[in-house]
Design a protein around this ligand. Structure first.
Ligand code: DAH
Length: 355
């Protein structure tokens, strides 16, 4: 019993000096830790006479409970003090002016990709994507582009390997191949994405953006192609009428092939799309060549359809009056601030969001 009293007064003495959580932890260890003063007393129980043991154990348990209660109480006292201290130091000064912040802008290319995707999704096209690094097979061979075609020339194409097996895709057309080889007809996709050619001046950048379109089904005709493009141009430029002409052309992956021009005029130094006596070339298109369909195991006697490809940067320049393509990729914050789009502004024809 004397021993317990000694421990108790020892505890009281030390407990008076407890000021922090650390002090509290130390005292806990000293009395209740593995070799703590109280813990050691419990270990002596086994060696006591049974009658003595009972009394000692009950005293010991009582002291243990008392000391624990004191520790608990002290713990919440200390916590309260710490919280009050914090509250005192963290006074909010509501008169402080707000910190300046910069809201980002959406790049015109991203904006136009969103607009185009939403316009085509209205008539059932879904968006497909493919990698920038492409095989020569998908980029050229499967698209019926002969070995000696000038587009394969080193001057236009960034080859990544000496043996010419890998390259940076020169157009989004290889995604036609990827989509068809991995799926079953019908196909109705658009493919926005980055493309690369060894070219650079005011209207050409070595990296630029294209949009591919592909619609394969039974009984798809050139009439559908015309209707689809007519709808797209009107929606995109937000005009009611658009003069459009199909000029015969040649692409290895379509037969027949055409280039499409739209009418425009200049008024007060501004370009008006859709009317006027001038023509602007905006895309290439045609009926998918049977050889392309054969290459992706689609039977050209059962299925046919159209494809088209257009330059997204060019469309953005035309619609939003931007005249130097290079500025698109110079990451000049002032330029983006001027030509970029507010993320919360919904353009009138961006129906994907406003509906
Ligand atoms: N891939 C062509 C180019 O980069 C554009 C193009 C023309 C794509 C006709 C097509 C198409 O799908 O049918 O110049």
């Amino acid at each position: 019993m004397d021993e317990l009293k000694k421990i108790q007064s020892n505890f009281e003495e030390k407990f008076q000096n407890v000021k922090s959580k650390d002090d509290l932890q130390n005292i806990k260890t000293e009395f209740f830790g593995k070799n703590g003063q109280i813990t050691l007393q419990f270990k002596t129980l086994g060696s006591l006479q049974p009658e003595k043991r009972k009394e000692f154990a009950s005293n010991l348990n009582k002291i243990k409970g008392d000391l624990n209660d004191k520790i608990e109480l002290k713990n919440s006292e200390i916590e309260n003090i710490e919280i009050n201290k914090k509250l005192k130091n963290e006074n909010i000064d509501v008169t402080l002016p707000i910190r300046p912040y910069h809201q980002g802008k959406i790049h015109p290319v991203s904006q136009v990709i969103d607009e185009i995707s939403s316009i085509f999704s209205e008539i059932g096209f879904s968006v497909a994507e493919g990698p920038d690094v492409e095989s020569e097979y998908n980029n050229f061979t499967a698209l019926n582009t002969p070995e000696d075609h000038p587009a394969r020339d080193m001057h236009d194409t960034f080859y990544l390997e000496k043996n010419k097996k890998l390259l940076l895709r020169t157009h989004t057309s290889p995604v036609q191949i990827r989509s068809m080889i991995n799926g079953k007809p019908p196909f109705k996709i658009i493919v926005p994405g980055r493309t690369y050619r060894c070219d650079s001046d005011q209207t050409h950048a070595p990296m630029f953006h294209q949009l591919e379109g592909l619609h394969i089904d039974k009984n798809i005709t050139m009439g559908h192609l015309k209707g689809c493009l007519d709808y797209f141009i009107k929606e995109f430029f937000e005009v009611k009428n658009v003069k459009m002409r199909f000029r015969p052309s040649h692409f290895p992956f379509t037969e027949p092939s055409a280039e499409v021009d739209i009418g425009y005029k200049i008024e007060n130094e501004k370009i008006i799309i859709g009317e006027g006596n001038k023509w602007l070339e905006i895309l290439g298109c045609g009926m998918v060549h049977p050889n392309v369909l054969k290459n992706v195991k689609v039977d050209p006697r059962k299925y046919q359809g159209f494809a088209f490809g257009m330059g997204i940067d060019r469309l953005a320049m035309l619609k939003y009056g931007i005249n130097d393509l290079r500025a698109f990729f110079e990451t000049d914050y002032r330029w983006l601030n001027h030509f970029g789009f507010d993320p919360l502004d919904v353009p009138t024809n961006y129906r994907g969001l406003s509906k």
